[in-house]
Design a protein around this ligand. Structure first.
Ligand code: FES
Length: 319
């Protein structure tokens, strides 16, 4: 199970228009678990909501976690609560870091693409690549200069940066041209975090350019409909306990397990945080998450049980 940690809000900082930085320290003067670049934590807010945010401080720092939160105009209460209610000195329950967006530290060159608040994991990756002395460059897109957070931190990484502010250029960047210009070096890995439109464009463009090493992190779930072959009802065998569970159309596999008092790890329940990842031993899942890569989906070795279904009559999982 993912560890729960107690933290105190040590500092709040204005980072850009509608973006606040939050520095969390361990409540008991100890140390937080270490983390790798690309990791995120969940904040359990006192209003009952849980939100995931990427860590932006340098991997190796265990005396603090730093995240940044954009005030989302369509907020369902998470980011608005953070902006309006969170105060220095408050205690928060947080999760230990999880990482669905790992950095390939042995790559020859890395291209880090940030869109808006998506700069947070990108900054963390840049700090790590700088620590390692590796070759990398950054593409940073934002609506305007005043809405761009951590500009000075990105500049201090010492890597080439391509800036694009829509307000100054009259529209979004030509991502394809920029990615073409970044290609050509052996063993290059491409990473992107930002709004869904940008990420969809990034994925399509990397595919069209045959860039095999393209990685993304989404911070909002993509609605994926059940596939044509998905079963309405199916049986799940829990390998460790031998229990048989029947999943029906009214409930997700996760909810069915919770109701059956099976102890499972979960957080977002939207297929974006990775907390409910479960090993599949037999059967064919119907993947509907935004965490796993296309090759991970194709391998059918793991699934996100909060949103995914099943294409076979029976599934055997490592629970
Ligand atoms: S609970 Fe977050 S991906 Fe399933």
């Amino acid at each position: 199970m993912n560890r729960i940690l107690q933290a105190i809000v040590f500092n709040l900082r204005y980072e850009a228009e509608d973006i606040v930085g939050i520095e969390l320290r361990p409540l008991d003067d100890g140390a937080f678990p270490g983390f790798d670049a690309g990791a995120h934590i969940d904040l359990n807010l006192p209003n009952g909501m849980m939100r995931s945010y990427s860590l932006l401080n340098a991997p190796g720092e265990t005396h603090r976690y730093v995240v940044a939160v954009l005030k989302d105009k369509t907020s369902r209460g998470g980011s608005r609560w953070v902006h309006e209610q969170l105060r220095i000195g408050m205690r928060l329950t947080i999760s230990a870091p999880r990482n669905n967006f790992p950095l390939h530290e042995d790559s020859g060159h890395s291209v880090l693409v940030a869109g808006g608040i998506g700069v947070t994991p990108i900054l963390c990756m840049g700090r790590r690549l700088q620590q390692l002395g590796k070759s990398f460059e950054v593409l940073y897109f934002a609506r305007s200069r005043k809405s761009a957070a951590f500009v000075a931190d990105i500049e201090s990484l010492g890597a080439p940066v391509t800036w694009h502010f829509d307000a100054e250029k009259g529209g979004p960047p030509d991502l394809k041209s920029l990615l073409v210009a970044c290609g050509g070096k052996p063993n290059t890995h491409f990473y992107a975090c930002g709004p869904s439109v940008m990420l969809n464009n990034f994925v399509t463009t990397c595919e069209s350019l045959d860039y095999a090493n393209a990685h993304i992190e989404r911070f909002s779930a993509v609605e994926v409909a059940a596939s044509a072959g998905a079963k309405k009802s199916y049986t799940v065998e829990l390998k460790k306990s031998g229990k048989l569970i029947t999943v029906t159309p009214e409930k997700s596999l996760l909810q069915t397990l919770i109701d059956a008092k099976v102890v499972v790890d979960y957080s977002c329940q939207e297929g974006i945080c990775g907390a409910c990842e479960t090993r599949v031993l037999e059967g064919e899942p119907d993947h509907r998450d935004s965490v796993l890569s296309a090759s991970e989906h194709a391998s059918n070795k793991v699934m996100m049980i909060c949103v995914s279904g099943c294409k076979s009559d029976r599934l055997v999982v490592d629970l």
